[in-house]
Design a protein around this ligand. Structure first.
Ligand SMILES: [Zn+2]
Length: 353
């Protein structure tokens, strides 16, 4: 999740309007019809595409099967419905990119902020401020929650100062991603476009017939869209996102990036509070994130920030173990909160033909 909670942020894209909710994105082309919420127990088997980047350790069949099995169990225990999957298919990131039209790629690139430029930093602060105003809870709550992780304290108690401190933190962490060297002698985060949130978002505009995409690619970016307290505190990292899709049966698709769970690079580890996860644990947490995304896709749920028992509450930074340990479906019933009421706080726009 560039886990994000949702807001309505409109972005014009060559005649296309996109409406966002951080990790969950509602997109639409030319019309405003809302995607119908998929019917509870009559869900068709979900189709999974695994996308491996050659820069990072590939996700194998066994790991994907483990994620899918655990996700199925979590969906049953947290949401009370049965889901099934079709045997996953595998492809490379480079091949996947060929599905995108030049206009899609151009739009994705146009969303990227160059944080070395004052104007782009100002845009980040501005979008962060908008997010603070639109999300649930109070700014004081968010400030308290964020305080230990900010690279500098807010200059005063205003919203602007808080947004500035968040953006400053994201800029600092992004700089670390761009200087931390990887085993291929390049920085972990390079400018090939594959780490951009928008690149993954526009896959929904292709005809890819999948409800789920799982990748080993690091997603870490600063863009004009989908900025939030959560994304700032984790340096722009996205663990998962859900957005409108032309090719998905549900009208939306969910993406899981396992990089923040399986990588033990110094920045990721720092954002996990120094924790190194076992392989088994990392796959369990990956499954939980995928189940969270499916909570967006299958039920159009939002983010109940005030209830740590909820799978739909985003984790703080990359502290997946703490997040997972607090989950308890008995204390987070469907309908227990606006965000836990299907379609109440989340809306996806229809882009299927
Ligand atoms: Zn979410």
């Amino acid at each position: 999740m560039r886990c994000s909670y949702l807001n309505s942020l409109k972005v014009c894209l060559i005649g296309i309007v996109l409406v966002f909710i951080h990790d969950s994105v509602f997109a639409q082309i030319g019309e405003t019809k809302t995607v119908a919420i998929p019917v509870g127990n009559n869900l068709p088997p979900l189709r999974v595409l695994v996308v491996n980047s050659e820069r990072f350790p590939p996700l194998g069949k066994g790991a994907v099967e483990k994620i899918i099995a655990t996700t199925t169990s979590l969906i049953q225990s947290h949401f009370g419905v049965s889901i099934s999957f079709i045997t996953p298919r595998f492809t490379s990131l480079e091949k996947l990119a060929t599905n995108l039209l030049p206009a899609h790629l151009a739009w994705a690139r146009s969303q990227t902020l160059d944080l070395s430029k004052a104007d782009d930093q100002a845009t980040l602060i501005q979008t962060m401020r908008k997010d603070l105003l639109e999300n649930g809870g109070t700014v004081q709550d968010l400030q308290r929650y964020s305080a230990p992780y900010l690279f500098k304290p807010p200059a005063n108690d205003t919203l602007d100062a808080f947004a500035d401190a968040l953006a400053y933190t994201q800029v600092g962490l992004m700089s670390e991603w761009r200087t931390q060297m990887h085993s291929d002698k390049k920085p972990l985060l390079v400018s090939d476009g594959f780490a951009e949130y928008s690149f993954w978002l526009v896959l929904g505009y292709t005809s890819l017939p999948y409800e789920i995409v799982i990748t080993n690619q690091l997603m870490a970016s600063a863009e004009k869209i989908a900025n939030s307290v959560h994304s700032a505190l984790r340096g722009g990292v996205t663990n998962g996102l859900t957005g409108s899709s032309r090719g998905s049966a549900s009208g939306t698709f969910s993406i899981l990036s396992v990089f923040p769970l399986v990588s033990d690079d110094p920045i990721t580890t720092k954002l996990r509070n120094g924790k190194i996860y076992s392989k088994a644990d990392s796959l369990t947490y990956a499954a939980a994130i995928l189940a969270h995304e499916l909570g967006h896709q299958l039920f159009h749920l939002g983010h109940p920030f005030n209830n740590p028992a909820c799978l739909m509450r985003p984790p703080l930074r990359l502290q997946f173990d703490d997040w997972y340990a607090q989950l308890d479906p008995q204390k987070c019933a469907m309908g227990s909160d606006d965000a836990m009421t299907p379609g109440r706080t989340v809306r996806y726009s229809e882009i299927r033909k």
